[in-house]
Structures are given as C-alpha cells and as structure tokens.
Design a binder for this molecule. Structure first.
Ligand SMILES: Nc1ncnc2c1ncn2[C@@H]1O[C@H](COP(=O)(O)OP(=O)(O)O)[C@@H](O)[C@H]1O
Ligand SMILES: [Mg+2]
Length: 269
C-alpha cells in the first residue's frame, strides 16, 4: 500500500499514533493520521476536526454499508487520548491508484473498471442520506468567489436535477481497494450524498485534474459518459458549481486558482 505524507500533520495526532510502528502508518494528512492496527484501520483526528463532522463521517460509512455495497465496515468510534478515532475493517489489497501507477500501460482498462464501480454505486439510493444539491449550495455560499458569481451559481444549481442516486462525493482511485481475489471495496464515505450522477462524475473529473492526472481526467470523462449514456456537455454543465464547492475547502495555491477559474466559466457549450 502506497504511503504519502504531509509535513504539517499536527503534533497532537502524531503523538497519539506515536506507539504505532512506522510501517503501520498508511497516510498522514494535516491533523489526521490513518494507520493499520492488526485487521483494522484507525483514522485518528486532530483537534481541528469538529466532533459532529467525525461522527457524521462514521454515520455516512454506516449508511453506505447499509446499501449493500462492498465497503470497509465501521467497527467503532471512540476517543483515544483525547482524539476522536474511527476504526474500520482492514481490506487486504492495493488501491486502484497504486495499481494504475504500477501498470501505466493498462490505464484504460483500470479506468473502465473504476467507472463500472462508480456506476454500481449510482444504482443505489438511501432514505437516510442528505441531498448533494443542499451541500453544494452551502459550499458555494462559503466559497471565496465574488457575490455575483455565487448568485449565478446558486441559480444554475437550482435549475439542475436534484437526483436520488448515491454519489460517493470523493470518488477517486485512492478510495477504491482491489483485493488479491480481484474484488473491489470502496472506502472513505464521508462526503456521500444523494444526487445526480453527472454531478459526481464532474467532481471525479476535477479530482483527477487536481491530483495532476490530466490525461486520465479526459479519458475518464469519455468512459463515464459512455457508461451513463450522457453527453460530455451535460457533465461540463456541473463543473462551475462543483468547482466552486470544492474551492470552499483547503487547497494548494495552484489548485485554488484552477478551481476559481472553473467556477467562473459561464458556459462550456
Ligand atoms: N479499510 C482500509 N483497508 C485498507 N487500506 C485502507 C483502509 N482505509 C484506508 N486505507 C488506506 O489509507 C488511505 C487513506 O484512507 P482514507 O479513509 O481514504 O482517508 P482520507 O479521508 O484522508 O482520504 C487510503 O487511500 C488507503 O490507502
Ligand atoms: Mg481517501
């Protein structure tokens, strides 16, 4: 399993995971550590995370599991030395991101699999989940865009279908694990909502761009549109709204610029 790290990881979250062996640390992010603990995974949150958001993440993971999709089930939510933690099942295997990086010539094949998994998710719905449009609305309000642009985006969003399909909300290859038997599990359901599949496709397309995988983004767009029998323009319509929403989150300066540009594009047609 690939390990990445950011230097900024808070001391507090680090201390809590200090007893863990180096090899057990799967990922360090700003104020969050993810580590393996025997046949489970612990996500340890630092003090910058609101408790309600952590509990909501666990709740969303439970809701996703209840749809019957193959996920890493939540085992417990607890406090470890003042830190909130979510413990979920460990899934043996490699993320699709690792698989793609190791076997670059088969990118198309893995992207097809990635799209097929996303379409399986879209087939599900839930009566226990919030709507994506409401979340996007709030995020647009919190974005650093000028007031007029935000107004236009709110209006645009209102004219789009709300949809009832399960949308992962952070569907990218690091959140898909392929087991040694070739089965898949999707993890990291904190952003899941019900909405229009094309909105989730637009977000995944942006996520490829933001992670620097531009060629993969374009290939993904074509494959996703084929699978959903949609026009590329119909996904592009969502881009300004989704980019504005994404700009409300912490980003690198470069990605921030990119998102603000997308958010300001009036029409792609
Ligand atoms: N249940 C799990 N089984 C195996 N690996 C996992 C599991 N949960 C997380 N990981 C690894 O840790 C990484 C980060 O976990 P994730 O929950 O996606 O955190 P984040 O919200 O920071 O993206 C994943 O990309 C994966 O490599
Ligand atoms: Mg993740």
């Amino acid at each position: 399993m690939k390990k990445t790290s950011t230097k900024k990881t808070s001391d507090a979250a680090k201390k809590t995971s200090a007893k863990a062996k180096k090899d057990d640390v799967l990922l360090e992010r700003t104020d969050k550590v993810i580590l393996r603990d025997k046949n489970t995974v612990l996500k340890i949150f630092g003090p910058s995370y609101k408790v309600s958001l952590i509990l909501n993440e666990a709740m969303n993971e439970a809701r996703a599991a209840e749809t019957g999709l193959p996920v890493a089930k939540v085992i417990e939510v607890m406090k470890l030395r003042d830190h909130w933690c979510i413990r979920r099942e460990w899934v043996e295997g490699d993320t699709l991101a690792d698989v793609m990086a190791k076997d670059k010539k088969n990118l198309q094949k893995y992207l097809k699999q990635f799209v097929a998994i996303q379409c399986e998710i879209f087939k599900k719905t839930s009566d226990r989940m919030g709507n994506l449009a409401d979340k996007l609305d709030k995020q647009i309000s919190a974005s650093p865009l000028p007031r007029e642009t935000r107004y236009d985006l709110h209006m645009k969003l209102q004219s789009f279908p709300r949809g009832k399909a399960l949308c992962h909300g952070d569907f990218n290859p690091t959140n898909v694990i392929i087991t040694p038997k070739g089965e898949w599990r999707v993890i990291d359901w904190s952003h899941v909502r019900l909405g229009d599949p094309l909105a989730d496709v637009a977000r995944t397309y942006l996520l490829f761009w933001l992670s620097g995988h531009v060629a993969a983004a374009e290939k993904y767009m074509v494959l996703a549109c084929e699978a959903l029998k949609a026009k590329v323009q119909d996904v592009q319509k969502w881009l300004p709204v989704v980019a504005a929403a994404e700009s409300a989150k912490e980003q690198s300066a470069k990605n921030h610029e990119l998102l603000l540009h997308w958010a300001s594009v009036v029409d792609y047609e």
